[in-house]
Design a binder for this molecule. Structure first.
Ligand code: KIV
Ligand code: ZN
Length: 505
């Protein structure tokens, strides 16, 4: 309503090109380095999504970077494959030598970069930039030019440099907000002014130092920028770049811009990049986070179950996500009913109220209730809970200075006795290792989370152990126990969770 009215007044470009820099700026994320093979896997995914350009790396910086660019080129993707280069002959030759389609030339233009980093005059920077663009164009390659730190560069000089590279035949000029200091209004102002003076298409590259990279990129598009640099999961130097998934979904779903993209691959791609780079997404990350389509509050769940749009701006399927109803202290009766329906569990009113109260009680204790917990609670209340499948028949632990702890555990699994001795870094670890190894013959169940809290003070304090176990079929269950003996409490909690999983398998 409000957005549509405002958008009507804008002169938005018909479409926006997506320049993905996951493999270049994204790889500059502190602690991230990708092998050639990993870059190839990501490049294939980016191409499947439909990005227009893939910045494969900075060829002059290493043999691996050159190989990655060459190998990605060999894939024959639809996206243009770009390499980064300073306006130096060795950088440009390194990129040209890879057979690359597209070269992204950059040089700092702000007073800080001129004085402290480059120690070059304005005129020298301008001349170098022009020479580099001419060199690239002489090789018949697409040239994009970035005035690094453009957003802290004096406007007149910035314009002079961009006009000079335009005259030299550059295909795109890019405006990097290198340290993320712009706000949407200033970005709109700067891009509009440049749009007035330049004929060449304008691109933006926003960093997220103040969490404004996506907003600033969209604002640039509102002012006429027709290309946005992005990275999957918002990876990049320091706080990262504008995130591809957020920019693309905002352009499509809010601005109504037509983009030929397979957005249903976004979650998959985000997960691939996360696995490869080791950078995990926070659960509340927009579009691709685990909670992006999860609902807990009773009022919300009720609304979503009636009509998803009440609390979802887009459907999860559009981005390859799934809706999740989470049970916790804010859960309402509707959410629990819908979960029980999903599992085909029928409870009468009295039984339902008992389950509902248990969920609330656990929620108030700060616990979240997994699907296996809910199923097991209901089974117990229905009196259908099977006998404990796994029972502890014996436990002894040996521990001491400078030696690994050893635990010998005897279990009755489905009536069959078995025992094993396992070591661990401490008695709890050893006991859990032994249980997992015995249960492993029946089901592959692993410890996912372990928490311990002392409830009372003193050496005989009551310890409350809370664990989450999970199996290879995606079942998860929590287990808890409160005892004075930490090892026994841990063992009981683990067995509690294992039994819940085995009951629902
Ligand atoms: O942030 C930046 O300025 C860059 C340039 C190389 C464009 O990444
Ligand atoms: Zn950057």
């Amino acid at each position: 309503m409000y957005v549509e009215n405002v958008i009507k007044t804008m002169e938005l470009p018909e479409t926006i090109k997506i320049f993905d820099t996951t493999l270049r700026d994204g790889e500059q994320t502190p602690g991230v380095a990708m092998t050639v093979d990993e870059k190839i896997r990501i490049a294939k995914k980016l191409d499947k999504i439909g990005v227009d350009k893939i910045e494969a790396g900075f060829p002059v910086s290493s043999e691996g970077e050159k190989e990655a660019a060459r190998e990605i080129l060999k894939l024959g993707l639809n996206a243009k494959i770009c390499g980064l280069a300073r306006p130096l002959k060795k950088d440009l030759d390194a990129a040209i030598g890879c057979g690359i389609d597209y070269i992204h030339i950059f040089i700092g233009t702000s007073p800080l970069h001129r004085e402290f980093k480059l120690k070059m005059s304005k005129a020298d920077i301008l001349n170098k930039s022009v020479e580099a663009v001419e060199y690239v164009k002489d090789h018949g390659i697409i040239a994009e030019f970035s005035a690094e730190d453009a957003t802290r560069t004096e406007f007149d000089y910035l314009k002079e440099v961009y006009l000079a590279v335009e005259d030299a035949g550059v295909d795109f000029v890019n405006v990097p907000d290198t340290v993320g200091v712009m706000i949407p209004a200033s970005m709109k102002y700067l891009i509009s002014k440049l749009e007035n003076d330049l004929k060449v298409p304008i691109s933006v590259h926003c960093h997220n130092d103040f969490g404004l990279a996506v907003a600033n990129s969209l604002s640039a598009a509102e002012a006429g920028a027709c290309q946005i640099h992005v990275a999957i999961n918002g990876l990049g130097e320091r706080a990262g770049n504008a995130s591809l998934e957020e920019v693309v979904m905002a352009l499509i779903s809010i601005y109504g811009i037509k983009m030929n993209m397979k957005t249903e691959l976004l979650v998959d791609t985000s997960e691939l990049v996360s696995r490869i780079t080791g950078v995990k997404m926070p659960p509340n990350k927009a579009i691709v986070g685990e909670n992006a389509f999860a609902h807990e509050a009773g009022i919300h769940v009720h609304g979503v179950l009636q009509k998803a749009e009440t609390y979802e701006p887009i459907t999860p399927e559009i981005v390859g996500h799934t809706r999740r109803i989470v049970l916790g202290k804010h859960t309402g009766a509707n959410a629990i009913r819908s979960k029980l329906d999903e599992y085909g569990i029928e409870l009468d009113d009295e039984q339902f109220n008992r389950v509902f109260n248990q969920v609330k009680k656990l929620g108030d204790k700060g616990k979240c209730i997994t699907d296996a917990d809910l199923k097991s609670m209901s089974e117990t209340i229905l009196g259908r809970a099977k006998e404990e499948i796994v029972k502890l028949e014996g436990l002894s632990v040996m521990t001491g200075d400078n030696v690994m702890s050893t635990a010998t555990v005897k279990l009755n699994i489905n009536g069959k006795m078995s025992s094993v001795a396992k070591t661990g870094v401490g008695p709890v670890d050893a006991a859990i290792n032994a249980i997992q190894s015995l249960v492993g013959e029946t089901a592959d169940i692993e410890l996912k989370e372990y928490n311990i809290e002392a409830i009372t003070g003193g050496t005989d304090a009551l310890a409350e152990v809370f664990v989450i176990m999970g199996d290879n079929e995606g079942n998860r269950a929590s287990g808890r126990s409160t005892l004075e003996d930490v090892v026994m409490a841990s063992v009981e909690a683990v067995l509690d969770a294992i039994n819940k999983i085995l009951i629902v398998r």
